[in-house]
Design a protein around this ligand. Structure first.
Ligand code: ZN
Ligand code: ZN
Ligand code: ZN
Length: 325
């Protein structure tokens, strides 16, 4: 079964892809499907002996270009739709051990360029309303392959969190005539106390009302709706700040810190979101301390209300001291 079902209670679409149960789960390094295909060895996902950055369609997709017909019938109460869209995997390099945190800026900038290309290409498809670039790093956040890689989901609707941000940005714009994220960036620069690292084009900070203790947002200083609007110099600056943030995480914790990295950009549904969408990346590690995770429990899962047991100003200070800056 590969289909999307609409939940009339929450107003959200959910994706179903039961074949994903068959996914490769944490294979040993010599059977890694994301390594290059080496002479004399069985083929991997990459039919090349070496590569720089490589993108391919997920073999167990929840969204795909030519989706099958849904298994169940659509009704007024329970709409069902084909899983139109795309799931892509972005392999960051052909080195099985080279994480973003350990790369130089130039290599991360080449990955940024690939993200921008895929955003443009997938966003041009008429059925794609939102291109979501992300990375799950570490077993704690459900990684099934160790080889450093990220993913791209191209959704046929704007997903719930992105829609919520757009709605709030719309309300802020109506009230003030300004982009809410521009106001946030200005306030973080003025306060300084939650800033983790910054450069000429980007600022990284722990949000004033962070959900997770070590949540960090990386935002463009100027109002750029997507990666496509960034100049080469800005992309290099972004690469530098990504490197500082993930490197700071690993130095502070003393091990490769698991996180989810989410990129929020303008939807590609044909609407005019330029004044409301402000490009930013959200890093959400689950760790509270080196040996304790923040679990989403009653208040978060049942009510959607986050409780954070650390002050963002304190965690920002620790990340800054760890060489985030
Ligand atoms: Zn590998
Ligand atoms: Zn803005
Ligand atoms: Zn966001």
């Amino acid at each position: 079964m590969t289909e999307r079902r609409y939940d009339p209670v929450s107003g959200e679409w959910r994706m179903f892809a039961t074949r994903r149960q068959d996914r490769t789960f944490l294979p040993p390094e010599d059977l890694c499907p994301l390594c290059p295909t080496r002479p004399g060895h069985p083929p991997t996902e990459v039919p090349l002996p070496a590569f720089d950055v490589f993108v391919f369609e997920n073999r167990f997709p929840a969204l795909l270009r030519q989706p099958p017909a849904p298994d169940v019938e659509s009704t007024d109460l329970y709409p069902v739709a084909p899983s139109a869209g795309a799931n892509e995997v972005v392999i960051y390099s052909d080195d099985h051990h080279l994480a973003l945190a350990d790369m130089d800026e130039a290599r991360i900038a080449r990955i940024v360029a690939v993200w921008a290309d895929r955003y443009a290409e997938l966003g041009r498809r008429p059925e794609v309303a939102y291109v979501f670039v992300f990375e799950n790093r570490g077993v704690a956040v459900g990684v099934t392959l160790h080889h450093p890689h990220g993913q791209i989901y191209a959704y046929p609707e704007i997903p719930p969190r992105a829609q919520r941000e757009l709605d709030m940005a719309g309300a802020h714009f109506a009230a003030t005539g300004r982009c809410v994220y521009c106001d946030v960036v200005a306030r973080e620069e003025a306060d300084g106390v939650r800033v983790v690292a910054e450069n000429a084009s980007f600022v990284a900070f722990v949000p004033f009302a962070a959900r997770f203790p070590y949540e960090v947002h990386v935002a463009a200083r100027r109002h750029a709706p997507s990666l496509l609007e960034l100049t080469d110099a800005e992309r290099l600056a972004l690469a530098g700040l990504i490197r500082q943030v993930v490197g700071g995480y690993d130095r502070l914790f003393g091990f490769p810190l698991p996180y989810v990295m989410s990129m929020h950009q303008a939807p590609t549904d044909g609407g005019d979101h330029r004044h409301l969408s402000h490009f930013h990346i959200e890093f959400t590690p689950l760790h509270r301390t080196a040996d304790k995770l923040k679990y989403l429990a009653g208040s978060e899962l049942g009510a959607g209300a986050f409780v954070n047991d650390t002050a963002p100003e304190t965690t920002a200070g620790r990340l800054r001291a760890a060489g985030g800056a």
